[in-house]
Design a protein around this ligand. Structure first.
Ligand code: GCB
Length: 603
């Protein structure tokens, strides 16, 4: 595993950037995953090894074909393509880096037949320096082996089941309990980029506020030279590109008088205010040898035993759980889809979402920074069941990579370290104690939560958390068709969690499957009327709880319909979206919109 590359790749005066997105060659491995390795598929063009099909990158591979065996493939697939490295990169001594923004689930990468890196855990970037492996005179062969198999010690967990399909014939099925399709492939952009020999490796930014003054505490690390050979110069620019402060050190505290703070959408007339934080490395002659700049927001997140505060103002989170999911491309990064999503989020008057149930593409956090949308950033642990040491190590690793990647985003206000773990298990106590300690060793500036479905009487994870989040399907899995109990149950459960732990409480999931266009009145389950009625009963509970003083947010499940494994409880996927999978509103979207806008006006 390579955990480098926390900085999102960027072209600057000293760095260059190419994407390797496009159409690659693709070949499914026979069920014995070793066949390709034994046949040396990594060392020759894939189309020389047998039949290949064109495969778009980024995209999930599952839904682009007409073949069930591609959609439901379990195990290894191969991708390859050729690429050129600009010769001036070599001539000027630039380092060459190859970065995958995410591959699900595990990947081994080869360049010109040599293994370069292996990475496990989807939804997170990984990279390696490949300067010594690439050729400048001829094209280079890039081969990627992807394995989607989930086992008891992967994050998330799964099981492989042998299914008898005829004499001496076994098919291996992937089984998992979580409720979204295990899409696989090269899911996000692939970048080839250059840095100078001496380069900025990471930038950590934290911010604070006192009165009208903003403070930026930063730390720059660089690599490739002795410490006395370079110095850092940092500059902060406002939205008009006017420099507001500058400093001559690799670590420091900057003060900005009359600062523009980063505020959430609808909490301020100018939400999402971002400064540019520019770092330059300067050599002893005074020459700039590397520069990198990123957008930052000045804001604070604090919390008490009842309330989460942003810039010292009590927060009420209004949003939803989402998925990276769409027709044809599955979990492939898609800027069209996500600009549309953000337009819908603003249209709704929401101010937050949870990246259920895994880290989303980095570009999504950049959009959230710009728009002032707050994110509960979730790692890929969902339905955790067997609490082994091997799993714990990988679970922590996923958080190491997540926090390294997302630490500087003002939009990220909370870490969610798991969704619906089987937290009544006695091992869950120690396990989540260790996971929380690990997160706190990396970041003390944000609260930690889990979206819990275990009842408060048996849950063992809550005592380790800063904020209690709970998922509950009153009127759906519990008493379908019955809405009369909802308000009471939600008030009771939220209050019980608060009484038990004396911490702020959020409802991170509630909802009802709804077939767009199905109208049944009086309301009946699966209809648009029923979804609206179920929402209304929850709204009553939330209004009651808001007055009780410890309730910090409501998140409907889900923003849009999404694909799941095949099951008799799912009609073409999970239909709890307030939007359809193609992002058209159900009646519930209008209903929720009226509420979120009214709440924003009242706050
Ligand atoms: C849950 C899960 C979510 C499911 C949802 C449902 O509790 O956290 O992943 O999609 O319920 O609709 O069943």
């Amino acid at each position: 595993t390579n955990t480098g590359g926390p900085l999102y790749p960027q072209a600057t005066k000293t760095r260059d950037l190419r994407t390797l997105d496009g159409i690659w060659n693709f070949r499914k491995s026979p069920s014995d995953p070793e066949v390709g390795y034994r046949g040396g598929w990594y060392a020759q063009d894939l189309d020389k090894t047998g039949p290949v099909i064109p495969m778009p990158v980024p995209s999930s591979y599952n839904d682009v074909g007409e073949d069930i065996s591609l959609r439901d493939h379990v195990g290894v697939v191969w991708y390859d393509r050729r690429f050129h490295v600009p010769s001036w990169w070599g001539a000027t001594g630039q380092r060459v880096w190859l970065r995958f923004s995410s591959i699900h689930y595990a990947a081994e990468v080869f360049i010109n037949g040599k293994s370069v890196m292996y990475h496990e855990i989807g939804h997170l970037p990984f990279e390696a320096e490949v300067s010594d492996l690439v050729s400048y005179n001829t094209s280079n062969l890039l081969t990627v082996v992807v394995d989607n198999t989930l086992l008891s010690d992967t994050v998330p967990q799964g099981t492989i089941k042998d299914v008898y399909i005829g004499p001496n014939k076994i098919r291996q099925d992937q089984v998992y309990t979580f409720d979204f399709y295990n899409y696989a492939g090269i899911h996000r952009s692939v970048f080839l980029y250059s840095t100078p020999a001496v380069y900025i490796d990471d930038v950590i930014v934290n911010t604070d506020i006192q009165g009208l003054t903003g403070f930026i505490v930063y730390n720059v690390t660089y690599k490739g030279t002795a410490a006395d050979q370079v110095r850092c110069f940092v500059q902060v620019f406002d939205k008009n590109d006017t420099q507001v402060t500058a400093y001559n050190d690799c670590a420091g505290l900057l003060e900005i008088g009359n600062a523009h703070f980063w505020w959430p959408y609808l909490m301020h007339p100018e939400p999402g205010y971002l400064y540019s934080f520019k770092v330059s490395l300067i050599d002893p002659h005074g020459d700039v040898i590397d520069t990198y700049s990123q957008k930052i927001g000045i804001r604070t997140v604090t919390w008490s035993n009842t309330t989460i505060y942003l810039n010292e103002k009590p927060l009420y989170l209004k949003g939803f759980g989402m998925h990276e999911d769409s027709d044809l491309r599955g979990k492939g990064w898609d800027p069209v889809l996500w600009v549309k999503n953000f337009n819908l989020i603003k249209w709704l008057g929401a101010n937050a979402f949870r990246t259920s149930h895994y880290p989303y593409a980095e570009e999504i956090y950049q959009l959230a920074d710009e728009y002032g949308i707050m994110i509960i950033d979730e790692c890929p642990s969902v339905d955790t069941d067997v609490f082994s040491d091997a799993l714990l190590a990988k679970h922590k690793q996923s958080l190491t990579e997540l926090i390294r990647r997302d630490k500087n985003h003002p939009s990220v206000i909370m870490w969610s370290i798991s969704n619906e773990p089987r937290s009544s298990n006695k091992l869950a106590d120690k396990y989540f104690g260790e996971v929380v300690r690990h997160v706190k060793s990396m970041d003390l500036s944000r609260p930690v939560t889990i979206a819990i479905s275990t009842g408060h009487n048996t849950d063992k994870s809550g005592r380790h958390l800063d904020v209690i989040s709970f998922n509950r399907y009153n009127g759906w899995y519990a008493s379908p068709g019955q809405t009369q109990q909802i308000t009471h149950n939600v008030v009771e459960e939220a209050s019980a969690w608060h009484r038990l732990h004396n911490k702020p409480v959020i409802m991170t999931e509630y909802g009802a499957d709804t077939i767009a266009g199905l109208h049944l009145y009086p309301e009946f389950i699966w209809s648009e009327e029923y979804q609206c009625a179920l929402l209304s009963e929850h709204f009553k509970a939330f209004d009651h709880l808001r007055k009780a003083g410890f309730f910090a947010g409501e998140f409907i499940w889900n923003f849009a319909d999404f694909k799941t494994p095949q099951s008799i409880t799912r009609v073409g996927g999970n239909k709890k979206g307030i939007f359809t999978r193609s992002r058209q509103p159900k009646a519930a979207a209008h209903h929720l919109r009226a509420r979120y806008h009214a709440l924003a006006a009242a706050d």
